[in-house]
Design a protein around this ligand. Sequence first.
Ligand code: AKB
Length: 318
Amino acid sequence: MTQNKILITGAHGQVGSVLYSELSKKYGKDNIVASDIKEMPSADVFELLDVTDIEAMNAVVKKHSITEIYHLAAILSAKGEQDPLWTWELNLQGLFNVLEASRNNQVEKIFFPSSIAVFGHKSKLIVAPQASITDPTTVYGMSKVAGEYWCQYYHNKYGLDIRSIRYPGVIGYQSMAGGGTTDYAVEIFQYVLDKKEYSCFLEKDTRLPMIFMEDAIRATFEIMEAPIENINIRTSYNISGINFTPEELVQEIQVHHPDFKCTYLPDFRQQIAESWPQKIDDTEAMVDWGWKPSYDLPKMVSSMFENLPKKKLAPIQL
Ligand code: AKB
C-alpha cells in the first residue's frame, strides 16, 4: 500500500489549521502539504498557493504526488457579501482547479466542505431535511450549492471520489473563526476570558446549527474513511451537532463565569442567519457512515474553558 500524500488548501483557516494538525498526527507531518495564500510557519511542508491559479495547483499536485486533497480554501458567508463576484470566483474557480488537477493527476480522494448556507427561506427551516429545496441568500451559499452539484458531476462523469459534508457553524478553541455568520459563538469566548462585555451581532433568540471542532474533524475523517459503497450522497451530507441561540450560549457561559455580560446589536448577519435552518436532519449520515455527534452545549462550553486559557485565539484574517 502506498503512503497517502495529502494536500490541504486554506490550511491557515479556522478548520484547515486544525485539520492540518490532526492529519499530521494521523499520517506524519512529512505526508501533509499545507497550502494557503499566507505563510504558515508551523507547517513542515508548505506551498504558497492561490487556488484560482490552475497552473500553480497542477504544479503542487505533481511535485508532491498528491493522492488526497482537503479543499478548505473559501470565502465565508458574511465576508463574501462584501465582494460577491470575487467570492464566486475564488470559491468556484478554486473548486474547478482542485477537480481538474485531481482528474489529470490521479488524485484518489477529495474532501469538499459544504455548509448550512445552502439552505434558504424556501427550505424547511425548523429542521432542514437532507433532500431539501436549496435557495441560498448569500453568494457563499450559492457557491456551495453549485459546488455540491459539480462534485456530484465529476463523480458521475469521471469517477472522482469526492466526499462532502454540510458543516454547521464550527466552534473550537484552536483557532479564531473569520468571515462567517456563526463566528459570534467563537469570538464570544475570547471576550469572556478578557473579562469584557460582548456585543453580539445576532438577536438573542436566533437558533442555528453548530458543531464542536472535535466532532467536525471526526465527521470529516469518518466520511473520508468510510467504504466507498457506503457513500450514497455525492452532493453533500447534512451533519448535525448542537443547536442553540446566543442567549442559551450566554446562559451556559454564565455557569462558569457568572459576571459575564452580553448585549445584542444585530447587523446584516442577522438576515443571513434568519435564512438558515435552526436544526438539520442528519439521518442519512448516521445510516450511511455511522455519524453520531458527541458534544452537547454544556460539554462544549466546558471544553472551551478547559482549553482556551492555555492558548489565546490568534485572529485569522481572510
Ligand atoms: C459561516 O457562518 O459562513 C460558516 C458556515 C456556517 O458555513 N461558519
